[in-house]
Every structure is written in C-alpha cells, then in structure tokens.
Design a protein around this ligand. Structure first.
Ligand SMILES: Cc1cc2nc3c(=O)[nH]c(=O)nc-3n(C[C@H](O)[C@H](O)[C@H](O)COP(=O)(O)OP(=O)(O)OC[C@H]3O[C@@H](n4cnc5c(N)ncnc54)[C@H](O)[C@@H]3O)c2cc1C
Length: 143
C-alpha cells in the first residue's frame, strides 16, 4: 500500500472512497470490513468480495459506518517497502507541493456533481415551465 502514503484522511474515509494513488487502491487489500448498518441497526462483517470497489466509489450503503477492517498485504522485504514509499512521496511532492494549499480532487469531483445537479435542475425547470403553460409533454422537452 505504499501508494497511499501522503493521502490525507482516516481509514474509514479511505474505505468509503476506495482511496488510491499510483496504481494501487485500498479496496484491493480488503479482506473484511466490520460495518454498522444503520438502517438495520446491526453490526455485520462483509467479506472483501461482497464489496464493490470502483474508482473513488464503493458499494457500501450511504448509512453504513465502517468500524474495523482487516487488510491482507503482500509480504515484501522492508527495504523494498521503504524504497516504494520514497518513490511515491517524491512523486506526490513534485505534483502537490506541500507549501501550497490544495483541495485534492475536491473541485474536479464538485464540478462533476454540480454538472449532474444542473442537468437534473434544468430538466425539472423546463418541465414545470411547460406544465405551467399547459403543455407538459415530455416529448417536447429537448435536452
Ligand atoms: C491534498 C489532498 C490530496 C489527496 N490525494 C488523494 C489521492 O491521491 N488519492 C485519493 O484517493 N484521495 C486523495 N485525496 C482525497 C482524500 O484525502 C481521500 O479520499 C481520503 O481517503 C478521504 O478520507 P477522510 O477520512 O478525510 O474522509 P472524508 O473526506 O471525511 O469522508 C469521505 C467519505 O467517507 C465517509 N466516511 C468517513 N469515515 C467513515 C466511516 N468510518 N464509516 C463510513 N463512512 C465514512 C464520509 O462520510 C464521506 O462520505 C486527497 C485530498 C487532499 C486534500
């Protein structure tokens, strides 16, 4: 998991977001996760293969709370791990200078969400405008 060095946050957040960098993602190492399933008010243990880990997205329910995780990490000689950490640190420092403020992917992700919300809003607004004019035919709505 050397690639995760320098990714700010908690283990719970990393699991939810399937945090990753430099070709690795935490989901690849998850053996099991203990979650509190708020909707059912129960604690459950999910095996790694029951969870879908995609790019910065997972199949956890929105109200699942990660309580604990078991990771299975490949065995490697210590110097090799240290070298991997150094390389990843170097890459991160050169692309995200520590002396400067950074919001990570915040703006990229926000822009995506805003675009989606805007598409939905535009459609709804058009629909209501047409409904008010008494012509709420969805077939007349062009996107
Ligand atoms: C400078 C910078 C660099 C970054 N670089 C990377 C990168 O290289 N790769 C990358 O993947 N991300 C990166 N990020 C984004 C972020 O650091 C990661 O996504 C991180 O894993 C988020 O963890 P967090 O604990 O801060 O979660 P938060 O941002 O606080 O939360 C993220 C989500 O997880 C949920 N959550 C948190 N804890 C739990 C829990 N215990 N149970 C259930 N849900 C929970 C929250 O409700 C929220 O929906 C970067 C961010 C910054 C600011």
């Amino acid at each position: 998991m050397e690639g995760l060095i320098g990714v700010p946050g908690t283990v719970g957040g990393a699991l939810r977001m399937n945090a990753g960098a430099y070709g690795i993602q935490i989901g690849s190492y998850v053996r099991e996760v203990k979650v509190y399933r708020a909707a059912e008010r129960k604690i459950e243990i999910l095996r790694g293969e029951q969870i879908s880990f995609e790019y910065r997205h997972t199949s956890f329910a929105p109200d699942d709370m990660m309580l604990a995780v078991k990771l299975e990490l490949p065995s490697k000689p210590y110097p090799e791990i240290l070298q991997g950490i150094r390389i990843c640190n170097e890459k991160r420092r050169s692309s995200q200078p520590l002396g400067q403020k950074s919001a990570g992917l915040h703006f990229q992700e926000s822009a995506r969400r805003i675009r989606r919300a805007h598409d939905r809003r535009t459609w709804t607004e058009r629909f209501f405008r047409m409904a008010m004019r008494g012509s709420a035919s969805a077939t007349r709505i062009s996107s």
